[in-house]
Design a protein around this ligand. Structure first.
Ligand code: AQP
Length: 353
């Protein structure tokens, strides 16, 4: 009986412009992890149709997320970059997980409540089952680590619940078919087929907030484009959005404690710190006592210096999509082999012939 090999998986939905929150909360972590782990990074297009079914520019959106991965520094030869719908095993395992998970678990998901809003009866069944597909994305590779922003924490807990319930429900058949793997959970050694995946949420910017409202997360689907800095924004647009970002009238505090109850100030200082890979305390040591009229231009300059190379490379990749298409095809071919190995085991465990 072996043990699980460390493997990183994460995904991004092609649902609109990638923003600074996606970049700092997720993509920059993806880039860092490729030095120490085998990584699989996926454009999760099946997820993109859960909240809105028809997207006229779906193909462009898929390519643009893949371009953002590559432009940020992900190496598609050493690691795997592909789009989810090209590997049908994700959907196959998601169906099995729909039968493992309980409706009550899905109903408790805060993202479902937020996205379905008041008209829950009219939300798609796919939106309710979204976390089950997310669990399948991760577990079809038996991935052990998932870098994500803080908003995905609850979904990853549910992924562990699904893995654990599958392992328990099928315990006898997992052992009978010789597919048990030993894992250590706390002090205990237990056997199962799926690992209990660890979220990797810690980082300089686990939750970047909207530039228009420091209490809401920066989001692709926010109707106000001024609420977010997009990776494809040009220099002038970035500067304008930071200039117009909501703030309060006070000067910046000298200590981090002074940011409490000042969500917009806290967010802008947090963004500056994350871009510079320093702490908020370091930023306040430099800017404490200064007005936003001085801080905002410095933030705009920093944001441009970090994002401009990513932006330029994304534009180059999107100007001739043959390179991105080749990367996605090659990635899907390699991902399919790994996913099919898991599905062959799962079919045997369940008893499908
Ligand atoms: N504001 C954020 N701060 C830090 N991390 C964030 N992420 C998203 N928003 C922030 C992380 O980015 C990764 C990709 O997210 P996603 O596209 O799969 O979906 P999402 O979490 O629902 O992101 P959005 O931007 O809010 O998209 P829409 O509006 O389509 O729902 C994830 O790791 C996420 O945690």
């Amino acid at each position: 009986m072996g043990s699980f090999k460390p493997l990183v998986f994460s995904g991004v939905q092609p649902t609109g412009n990638l923003h600074l929150g996606n970049y700092l909360g997720a993509i920059r972590k993806f880039v860092a992890l490729q030095e120490s782990h085998d990584c699989i990074y996926c454009v999760v297009d099946l997820h993109a149709i859960t909240a809105q079914l028809v997207h006229d520019d779906m193909a462009t959106q898929i390519r643009s997320i893949a371009a953002a991965f590559i432009a940020s520094g992900i190496d598609p030869q050493k690691h795997i970059v592909f789009n989810q719908s090209a590997v049908p095993q994700h959907a196959e395992l998601a169906w099995i997980f729909n039968c493992v998970a309980r409706i009550g678990w899905m109903n408790r998901m805060t993202q479902f409540k937020d996205k379905a809003g008041k008209d829950r009866e009219n939300a798609s069944l796919g939106l309710l089952a979204y976390p089950s597909l997310m669990a399948a994305d991760i577990l079809v590779y038996r991935a052990t680590h998932v870098p994500v922003g803080e908003d995905q924490k609850q979904h990853l807990e549910l992924t562990r619940d699904i893995a654990q319930k599958f392992n328990i429900d099928f315990q006898r058949r997992i052992e009978m078919t010789g597919h048990a793997v030993e894992m250590v959970v706390g002090e205990e050694h237990i056997n199962g087929y799926f690992p209990l995946t660890e979220p990797l949420i810690e980082g300089p910017a686990p939750r970047v907030m909207s530039l228009r409202d420091g209490t809401r997360k920066m989001s692709k689907s926010d109707p106000s484009d001024l609420s977010r800095i997009n990776l494809m924004d040009d220099i002038d647009t970035i500067a304008k959005k930071i200039r117009k970002a909501k703030t309060d009238p006070d000067a910046l505090p000298s200590e981090v404690e002074g940011l409490a109850d000042r969500p917009e100030a806290d967010n802008l200082v947090g963004i500056y710190a994350a871009l510079l890979e320093k702490s908020k305390a370091d930023v306040l040591a430099e800017f404490g006592g200064r007005q936003f009229s001085e801080f905002k231009p410095a933030l705009a300059e920093l944001a441009v210096s970090v994002l401009a190379p990513v932006n330029a490379e994304m534009r180059r990749l999107m100007s001739d999509t043959s390179q991105i298409d080749a990367i996605l095809h090659d990635g899907a071919d390699r991902a399919r082999v790994l996913a099919e190995k898991t599905m062959a085991d799962v079919r045997e465990i369940i008893g499908f012939i």
